[in-house]
Design a protein around this ligand. Structure first.
Ligand code: XMP
Length: 513
């Protein structure tokens, strides 16, 4: 059965993905579509509702993004947010003005009063804080509309035309700073669009498994398994769908965290798929000998990874399908939307060119990270793998500053394992989005027992972030840091000093190299 669907029309705002995530959190399937999408395509998707995103432009500029006005004739409920609100008001005959003409520009937290008689504010508190970020504002309402929210400066914080099911908010309900924003979106989706919340990962798994079986038939599929969340969940899904028709190749470059290679093997080796683990640690170390420059390390590892994979894939011969763990943020960021392309992706960079295959399968292409995790749980994947924090492709190589040696890898693996153990004991593992140890190349003087030491400084890093593009350092309690520090210097050799990294991103990055 087809899921209900909400379309998010992307006008280039910075929170577009966030809107989509919020809708999914309400258990409603949604897709982000460019404002250039033809109206026939939108109609053919039978959306239950439409959301217009914000955007950096002014509606009265010649090149401002505009969707075909016919969208207002489809009889589908629409919620406009910020630029989307202005676009709706402007298109339907209202007036938008530059805020400096009437001093109504607002940025940041703003107190607002709501008319709880409106379906989108039903059941909410009459007064609360919202997040505003606009230069322009709605100055005159289109016919049929009325104001249902105002702030001191802004008479039209939100407007509605309930007959047509059009709603618009000048503020951003999707950001956490808008206190009741999540419920406002829920009200729009459930009360106005009539959605019922039919998007669940159990349902998704059933449909995906059926579709994969139909597509693959008795063909063969190949997957590069990194042990990260995405490739692990993709592997489990494919294993459930086609079992031994899937071969997954796990290239262990010897730069994994402590015991990680064995954990990945344990999770998949007996799961009915053909599991190939390539222990290539020595080969990678050989290539990395004497290399200290971070970009050189990354390049060597990337190229060598592809070589090893290619050699293994050749042994299998022609496969019909190559499975990739692409997820929805990759799809949005790679430019289907109108937000700027933020980074190019390197999930399994380069693989399609060197494997002889007919078609690509991307079974997670519609999912956000939290949904991938929920799917993993629904499929019965080990929680340890599901909640594994992000780990960079080049592994510990970019957490060892300077030359990489087997001795340094062992030191870092042991120290990092202690850090992770203590964070788990303190029940902080789901609060800190990424945390790890870095072996610096600096040595300093210390004293242990009665003797002088001259050993390495280890750095600990913990960050909180939602998108990994910006991050704040985590406020890990001192007593937890103290336990970690004491344990590491006592249990791991060659470390006599431990520091905690208190820089955010920017200006620092999350990884040290
Ligand atoms: P930075 O250091 O750029 O990291 O702030 C942002 C996020 O990306 C991860 N990262 C990588 N992931 N291959 C990956 O698959 C890489 O080469 C790579 N470099 C950084 C990093 O761990 C963090 O989550």
């Amino acid at each position: 059965m087809k899921n209900q669907i909400v379309l998010i029309i992307d006008f280039g705002g910075q929170y577009n993905q966030l809107i989509a995530r919020r809708v999914r959190e309400h258990k409603i399937y949604c897709e982000v579509k460019s404002y250039k999408t033809p109206i026939e395509e939108i109609r053919a998707m039978y959306p239950n509702g439409i959301i217009f995103t914000g955007g950096p432009n002014s509606v009265y500029l010649d090149n401002s993004p505009q969707i075909d006005k016919e969208i207002f004739e489809l009889g589908i409920p629409i919620l406009g947010i910020c630029y989307g609100a202005q676009f709706m008001a402007y298109s339907l005959g209202g007036k938008i003005e530059k805020a400096n003409e009437s001093a109504a520009a607002e940025f940041g937290r703003t107190d607002c009063t709501f008319d709880t008689g409106s379906l989108i504010f039903k059941g909410l508190k009459e007064k609360s804080v919202v997040w505003m970020s606009h230069n322009d504002h709605i100055a005159t309402l289109p016919d049929g509309f009325r104001a249902v929210c105002h702030s001191n400066k802004c008479p039209y914080g939100a407007i509605e035309n309930p007959q047509k099911k059009f709603y618009a908010t000048q503020f951003h309900p999707e950001v956490n700073h808008t206190e009741q924003g999540f419920d406002m979106l829920g009200n729009f989706l459930y009360n106005v669009c009539g959605c019922t919340g039919d998007w669940t990962m159990e349902g998704y798994a059933q449909t995906a498994i059926r579709e994969i079986r139909e597509k693959v038939g008795d063909g063969k599929a190949l997957l590069a398994l990194s042990g990260g969340v995405d490739s692990s969940v993709a592997c489990k899904l494919l294993a459930n769908a086609i079992g031994s028709q899937l071969t997954c190749i796990f290239v262990d470059h010897g730069l994994m965290r402590k015991n990680e290679g064995d954990e990945v093997e344990a999770a998949f080796a007996g799961s009915g798929v053909n599991f190939v683990r390539v222990n290539a640690g020595e080969r990678f170390l050989g290539k990395l000998k004497g290399v200290t420059e971070p970009e050189a390390k990354r390049k060597i590892i990337g190229e060598e990874f592809i070589r090893v994979f290619e050699e293994e894939a050749k042994k299998i011969g022609k496969v019909d399908f190559l499975v990739q763990g692409t997820i929805y943020p990759d799809v949005i960021e790679s430019g289907t939307g109108d937000a700027a392309v933020i980074k190019s992706h390197h999930n399994v960079g380069g693989l399609p060119d060197l494997v002889d295959f007919k078609e690509i399968i991307e079974p997670l292409r519609a999912l956000f990270k939290d949904e991938v995790r929920a799917l993993g749980i629904a499929l019965g994947l080990d929680e340890k793998l599901v909640w594994r924090q992000p780990f960079p492709g080049p592994g510990l190589a970019i957490r060892i500053i300077g030359e990489i040696t087997p001795g340094k890898i062992a030191i870092l693996q042991d120290a990092d394992a202690i850090f992770r153990e203590e964070i788990a004991k303190a029940r902080l593992e789901r609060d800190i989005n990424q945390y790890f140890a870095v072996l610096t190349n600096m040595r300093s003087v210390g004293v242990m027992g009665d003797g002088r030491t001259y050993d390495y400084t280890l750095a600990l890093r913990g960050v909180s972030t939602t998108d990994f593009m910006t991050a704040d350092f985590s406020r890990i309690p001192y007593d937890v840091l103290e336990t970690v520090s004491t344990r590491i210097v006592n249990e791991v050799g060659h470390i006599n000093r431990i520091v905690y990294d208190i820089t955010s991103k920017p200006p620092a990055t999350i990884e040290w190299e």
